[in-house]
Design a protein around this ligand. Sequence first.
Ligand code: ADP
Length: 399
Amino acid sequence: MSNKLVLVLNCGSSSLKFAVINANNGDEVISGLAECFNLPDARMKWKIAGEKGATHLPANSAHKEAISYIVEEIIKKEEGLAEQFVAVGHRVVHGGEQFTKSVVITPEVCKGINECASLAPLHNPAAIMGIRAARDAFPELPQVAVFDTAFHQSMPATSFLYALPYHLYKEKGIRRYGMHGTSHLFVSREAAKALDKPISETNVISAHLGNGGSVCAIKNGQCVDTSMGMTPLAGLVMGTRCGDIDPSIIEHLVTREGYSVSGVMDMLQKQSGLLGISGISSDFRDIQNACEEGNQQAILARDIFCYRLAKYIAGYAVPLGRIDALVFTGGIGENSDLVRNKVLELLTVFGYQVDAEKNKATILGKQGTITKENSPIAMVIPTNEEWVIAQDSAALVTA
Ligand code: ADP
């Protein structure tokens, strides 16, 4: 089978993750990160065939300059590489209700992505910048948009509607959209493979636990509920985000405590979560280390993190009825046997029995079941969003 290479671009507001992926088997030919956009310190690092590279970009560089460097100085220096590209695949954070699956990018699609920008004001404009720059660099190649929200569009209204006046949904699009869809899709498919069942008959709860985190209830391969909301602020306790809170807290802080609305929102997004409770760090490794040293605030942060997660998982027994597998993924889910152990202990009502040895051994990119033979199944599946983007892109352009 000939290589089907896809340049995968994930444009954030001040950074850009990139990779060249073989859509046939997920092999990563190149991976890298450009960051500190619009600052004097703009820079890039990458890995190609195991070799690491790094450079400073001209001061105040952003998406266009970074993509031009990737193409001219990295890709084109590898003989015959660009000729194997079949598409450029873009991760787009918000597809609103317009995009229920990946699409080949046309001027209409760009207009649609722009229309959804009010729901993801930092991310969607960055994706558009990436699309423009990639089109300039590879005018002959088709470009594909893969939406973080698309997988969640199968949610029923009972899951996606807030109990607000209905016209806010109909007229303003205020509803739950959910994020991390590409990751939940990937790990649920892999779980079905591991269980040797068709995805159309498999029920999975997947917990994607990275700096951001979300849980998703997947029934017969389709998302039926998820913890993130209209934006990625809702749901679980995250690195710096608060997850679910009583919305009256915002009004209380503004009217009684002298905060501005933007000050409160900044606090909920950047100074809350693990960082806010622990006062130490948003990084789970730091929290774990501090817990080992007996730091009470770190222990509290860890325990609230696990408790909130377990409550969400238990709640998703409602839409699923039967849970074939509980899957942990993302940096914390893939590496913290401690979190997995605590969460499964909190879920003993479901009968989970952790296999301590398997749980400890399933880290650093390993996939495996971490429960005992006669227990309901919990497993770890390393996520691979880039491969999904490459697969969708290659499938759409070679269809
Ligand atoms: P992002 O959401 O930015 O993609 P990742 O999926 O890489 O994030 O997850 C980052 C989180 O994973 C951080 O909180 C980090 O501390 C945590 N993490 C990474 N390795 C470990 C580990 N060995 N043990 C515990 N947590 C880990």
